[in-house]
Design a protein around this ligand. Structure first.
Ligand code: HEC
Ligand code: HEC
Length: 392
């Protein structure tokens, strides 16, 4: 069983159950004034005993962290009935109660031994299995070391001759058209298709709107209604059909907001040197799809780590990795960029395909057309409205 399939099954379950009730917030105590921005898990869900005090989005990412750490489906820890209605996730079954005890155990280990830092996580012991191994494996000890996970790369301790971060970025800027041409790109809209677990792997239409320096909106036209993710330069939101998220309108804060801001900023390659600070390079040699890559690491204004992978031959940015801290550990989120094509009339190239992968899902975005320098009304980037079917 893998998580990808797990998340897919969860969604498939929800999608086939058509008559979903009213939203979960209904009937719950109104959140305190001012808390509208960041509804906490316990304000939205019915039976939250240990993962309290965190935003709904982080709560859901914590579920993704559980699923990824143990290779479980959502429905393995929740009753089968959860597949048809969000409210049923509140039911307690033994494995869910054990997971709850594990959260308390892990928090205690970290508090007692690591000053409260998340040094030990579910993944530390579970490594993708339900029953952590107890006896070391001789086969593993004597086998060739497995490939390094390209999302977790560790800087080498000593400087080796190699390109500097500045040189890698300059090559990239050159590869996509050069700084002067890139400076002429101030906005664009793109059209294409999206497919993922949440669309049942059906290709559905998607629209992308981007404005320099940092506004970006993606609208996926699911059968059940539009899912809209926005970043307006300051705030980030997702609105979507009830069957895809526990809230039909969710403010995205913390790492989720920062990730959407990064996606917006990286849409304009010309500003890449301003987006991240404290750049470092000098990572162990790594290949992705058998092609050598150069990696640089930088920091967001909040100190979040971002890694960028550039194809050594073409110079193109082929992957970005960012991290989202959850209540029990850190999730990686990666975006793989490909299919660099000309932007009409500007002499620059942008990736027309990207695949966003995180512990709760994976989606492929394939653009078929891109219009540069169009006027996009400001409201397009603001707080979205949930699709009609999902409104109360
Ligand atoms: C390893 C077990 C495990 C997995 C896998 C898991 N969960 Fe949970 N889930 C829990 C636990 C434990 C709680 C209760 C947390 C608490 O009490 O603080 C919970 C609570 C929830 C709640 C809140 C229910 C309520 O109303 O109180 C929702 C919603 C939820 N999970 C959704 C999911 C989804 C969606 C997935 C798949 C991505 C998932 N869970 C995967 C263990 C799990
Ligand atoms: C220090 C090691 C360790 C850590 C860290 C850890 N676990 Fe476990 N977990 C175990 C062991 C050992 C077992 C198996 C116990 C057994 O054999 O019955 C287990 C069992 C479980 C089970 C029951 C699986 C089943 O099929 O019955 C769940 C669910 C679980 N862990 C969830 C979690 C979650 C969620 C976290 C992170 C919050 C976590 N664990 C962190 C050691 C750990």
């Amino acid at each position: 069983m893998n998580v990808a399939r797990g998340w897919g099954l969860w969604l498939a379950g929800l999608l086939t159950a058509c008559a979903l009730g009213t939203t979960m917030v209904e009937g719950q105590a109104a959140p305190p004034a001012g808390a509208q921005q960041t509804l906490l898990a316990e304000q939205v869900f019915k039976n939250v005993q240990v993962l309290r005090g965190i935003p709904v989005k982080e709560f859901m990412e914590t579920m993704g962290f559980f699923a990824a750490s143990l290779s479980l489906n959502c429905s393995d820890c929740h009753s089968q009935a959860s597949a048809s209605n969000w409210a049923n996730y509140a039911d307690d079954i033994p494995i869910k109660q054990q997971a709850r005890r594990m959260v308390v155990m892990v928090n205690t280990i970290n508090k007692m031994n690591f000053g409260g830092a998340p040094a030990v996580t579910c993944y530390t012991c579970h490594r993708g299995s339900q029953r952590p191994k107890v006896i070391p494996s001789l086969a593993q000890q004597y086998a060739a070391p497995p490939d390094e996970d390209p999302d977790e790369v560790i800087p080498l301790p000593v400087t080796r001759p190699g390109p500097t971060a500045d040189q890698i970025l300059d090559r990239y800027l050159q590869a996509v058209g050069g700084a002067a041409a890139l400076a002429k790109l101030t906005s664009f809209t793109a059209k294409g298709t999206y497919d993922g677990f949440d669309s049942d792997f059906e290709k559905v239409p998607v629209d992308v709107y981007v404005k320099a320096p940092n506004q970006r909106t993606t609208v996926i036209h699911f059968r059940g209604g539009d899912s809209t993710t926005t970043f307006d330069g300051r705030e980030s939101w997702n609105a979507g059909p009830q069957d895809l998220a526990p809230l039909t309108l969710m403010p995205l804060v913390g790492a989720a907001m920062q990730g959407n801001r990064l996606d917006a900023q990286l849409s304009f390659p010309g500003q890449i040197k301003q987006v991240l600070t404290d750049l470092r390079t000098n990572f162990a040699a790594l290949r992705i799809d058998n092609r050598p890559v150069d990696i640089i690491e930088g920091k967001t204004p909040e100190g979040g780590i971002v890694k960028l992978y550039f194809d050594r031959e073409t110079g193109f940015l082929v992957r970005s990795v960012r991290y989202s801290r959850t209540a029990v550990g850190t999730n990686p989120i990666n975006v793989v960029y490909s299919n660099y094509q000309d932007v009409p009339g500007l002499g620059i190239k942008l990736p027309y395909t990207w695949v966003l992968t995180w512990t709760n899902g994976r989606g492929t975005y394939e653009m078929s057309s891109l219009q540069p320098n169009v006027n996009i009304e400001a409201a397009r980037f603001g707080k979205p409205t949930p699709p009609a079917a999902a409104q109360k």
